[in-house]
Design a protein around this ligand. Sequence first.
Ligand SMILES: CC(C)(COP(=O)(O)OP(=O)(O)OC[C@H]1O[C@@H](n2cnc3c(N)ncnc32)[C@H](O)[C@@H]1OP(=O)(O)O)[C@@H](O)C(=O)NCCC(=O)NCCS
Length: 177
Amino acid sequence: MHPAVWLISLQDLDDDARAIQLEAVAGLELLPGQENFVGDPLRMALAGLAEVSRRPYVIESNGEAVGMLTLQAGAARLAGWPDDHSAWLLRGFLIDRRHQGKGYGPLGAAAAVAAAEKLSRRHRTAETGVVLSVHETNPAGLSAYRRAGFEDRGQYLGGSAGPQQTMFRAFAAPGRT
Ligand SMILES: CC(C)(COP(=O)(O)OP(=O)(O)OC[C@H]1O[C@@H](n2cnc3c(N)ncnc32)[C@H](O)[C@@H]1OP(=O)(O)O)[C@@H](O)C(=O)NCCC(=O)NCCS
């Protein structure tokens, strides 16, 4: 199955449309144990809306919210990147438990890179790609990101949650779009 996904920017919606999307976010569920890898969906969406550097998105397919993610500017070091500004940070990435294992993860992660690239071009900022960190004990995450074109960029031992893998996907080279 190859479902198409769309990213809906919560920031760019009017109040009514945002309320509908937030209700959908509140309905997203994880499998037991996955809360070790990612935060509570509604909290992450609200935190994202409250902070200017963050852009929270709903991942939608066939008119249904299947997951969410957040892009953050100026925070790449949180994923073990050497500086904050040369990459977008992808964080808070999840697919609802009822939709996992269908390929939405790689599609959503690839869509995040495309959205980040558009933002960098529009605002003429310095990012050259997207970075994230994923726990080494999260094979579904590692696999989904690799399939989305992210490369391993070494182990990251920062944070309190145990060893993580830093992964990066560069934007298309300038002029190649
Ligand atoms: C990581 C995550 C986003 C992947 O999304 P996804 O849509 O399930 O991705 P895929 O469909 O490509 O599945 C990824 C892998 O997990 C396996 N998988 C995922 N859900 C599964 C399920 N319910 N049953 C069996 N296998 C499953 C897939 O078979 C695949 O393994 P493979 O690459 O060896 O074939 C999703 O599992 C998730 O939301 N996890 C909880 C939050 C999390 O870990 N986020 C990442 C934080 S960095």
